[in-house]
Design a protein around this ligand. Structure first.
Ligand code: NAP
Length: 499
């Protein structure tokens, strides 16, 4: 995170021109009901990845403001946790209504700072809002159980209580939905939150924070900190008053946070990297499989934890399938995200483009062939042409590392056993895609694939009612559904002597 000292004059025009409600463009942290608390530690520049233009310069905070945010969240806990579920549901419903009515502004802010095509950005705002609505309803369903007593003279009760202050750390690829998926579940459970959005895309989360203020959440219930993740998140890990941490991001940083939180023994929810295999059998519906596979690879311009990275196609249809896939890929519209026709936007930063270049070069050096793409649109550009590689050998880096870009790597397979072994040969286990018309095979593979989620004959599988998450090093815990609230509650058993 590079910090500057003085604000430049040319910022804001480009973003406030694009947004109807300009008060959504916030330029600092929110702590205890106040925007930009305390003196700025320096300025964080937010740039449009499509052309490098400056969108905003944000005041940053450090450890002191982080402690103040935890103080505020802890003070607000007592009344937020004691409020009726109906009260919490009411605030979440008000937040949902505001998100829905500001959909277009929120989508434009996201496209400007993240680059994703405007159609996808609108879809993400709907997805983000759906968690707020779902958990507004779910807030009312934190049930109490009475348990059969083992004592003749005691009544037994099991209740769920909010775990306490929750830290939320979110990535840049879904800057709205990853925040609401966590925040709405924690708030519904009666927890207060301190959030750190990615420094690369803070404006989307700040706009949602502004709408939360308007929705009437009391000061301290939701706090948001802009600044160095090492400092802010490091402090949140160390603070014993933070009782749970929910992180979405890379496996590498997730491992570090698990270590850093060990000293305070927090509940951890980890939504980490993926390296999805996509399996197409000879008997699959050909046209549908091609269509869905293109979606599974190129959504979010390939910068998606669910992106298909390794595409295995049975030998009988391998050549025809890869040719059809490459034709569809070459026709994808690579463009500035605000263009309604855009299908692929820029990548987030230079390192993301370089990773694509390295994966392509490495695969080609090991014998893979490029059917389309393979390079940037122009020197210095963050747009990378959607790429199809075929005959990629198992030892190529792309077959074991998450690319996080628009590069599809194909390899043929012969038997079911062989492809199951290849699909499971990964440290990751988030999602696997399967295309076949054979129901017994679907049943066998859904058990055999070591993944938290299995998508059969379709690419789109997410929504607020499903338990989203991975196995192995793709994470711990689940988000969404009733399971997404469980990590933010503790079970309490009470034994009441009634003799
Ligand atoms: P990242 O580099 O791990 O960053 C994620 C978050 O961690 C950001 O808020 C970042 O803040 C913070 N962070 C970075 N370094 C840190 C440190 N040393 N200590 C504490 N916090 C730190 O991930 P990303 O590049 O933003 O996102 C891409 C990754 O997220 C991919 O691996 C993708 O698969 C994964 N992802 C997973 C899911 C899922 O649901 N499983 C969903 C989306 C994305 P700063 O930006 O301020 O540095």
């Amino acid at each position: 995170m590079a910090l500057a000292k003085f604000k430049s004059d040319d910022h804001r025009a480009s973003i406030t021109d694009q947004v109807g409600d300009t008060a959504l463009v916030r330029e600092g942290s929110h702590v205890d009901g106040q925007w930009t608390p305390g003196p700025s530690r320096g300025l964080l520049a937010v740039n449009n990845p499509a052309d490098g233009s400056l969108l905003a310069e944000l005041d940053t905070v450090g450890i002191e403001a982080t402690r103040a945010a935890v103080d505020a969240a802890e003070s607000a806990m007592a009344s937020w946790a004691a409020a009726t579920p109906m009260h919490r549901a009411g605030r979440l419903e008000a937040w949902y209504d505001l998100i829905a009515s500001h959909r277009e502004d929120l989508a434009r802010i996201m496209t400007l700072e993240q680059g994703k095509p405007i159609g996808e950005a609108r879809g993400e705002i709907d997805y983000a809002a759906s968690f707020v609505k779902f958990y507004a309803e779910q807030a009312r369903r934190v049930d109490v159980e009475s348990v059969t007593s083992q004592f003749p003279d005691a009544d037994l009760r099991v209740t769920r209580e909010p775990v306490g202050v929750v830290a939320l750390v979110t990535p840049w690829n879904f800057p709205a939905a990853m925040f609401t998926r966590k925040a709405a579940a924690a708030l519904a459970a009666g927890c207060t939150v301190v959030a750190h959005p990615s420094s690369q895309t803070p404006l989307s989360a700040l706009a949602l924070m502004e709408l939360a203020v308007r929705a009437g959440f009391a000061p301290g219930v939701i706090n948001m900190l802009i600044g160095s993740a090492r400092e802010i998140v490091g402090e949140l890990c160390a603070d014993n008053r933070v009782r749970a941490m929910s992180f979405t991001g890379s496996t590498e940083i997730g491992r570090k946070l698990l270590e850093q939180c060990a000293a305070t023994v927090k509940t951890m929810v980890m939504e980490l990297g993926g390296h999805a295999p996509l399996l197409v059998f000879d008997d699959a519906d050909f046209d549908r499989s091609v269509d869905q596979a293109v979606g599974a690879k190129f959504a979010t311009s390939g910068q998606d934890c669910l992106a298909a990275n390794r595409l295995f196609v049975q030998r009988g249809i391998y050549d025809r399938f890869t040719r059809a896939f490459a034709e569809r890929t070459a026709a994808l519209n690579v463009d500035f995200g605000l263009n309604e026709e855009a299908e692929i936007g820029p990548l987030m930063h230079e390192a993301a483009v370089q990773k694509c270049e390295v994966h392509v070069a490495d695969a080609v050096a090991r014998g893979a062939k490029v059917l389309c793409g393979g390079e940037r649109l122009a020197p210095g550009s963050l747009f990378f042409r959607p790429t199809v590689l075929v005959d990629v050998p198992a030892d190529a880096r792309i077959m074991s590392e998450e690319t996080f870009g628009p590069v599809a790597a194909f390899a043929p397979f012969d038997t079911e056993e062989e492809v199951i072994a290849r699909a499971n040969d990964s440290e990751y286990g988030l999602v696997a895609y399967l295309f076949t018309a054979d129901y017994p095979r679907i049943s066998r593979l859904s058990r055999a694939l070591q993944y938290g989620m299995v998508a059969v004959n379709r690419a789109k599988i997410t929504g607020p009612t499903i338990p989203f998450g991975g196995v192995k090093q793709s994470g711990l815990g689940r988000e969404g559904a009733r399971h997404g609230m469980e990590a933010f509650t503790e079970l309490k058993y009470t034994c009441i002597h009634n003799g």
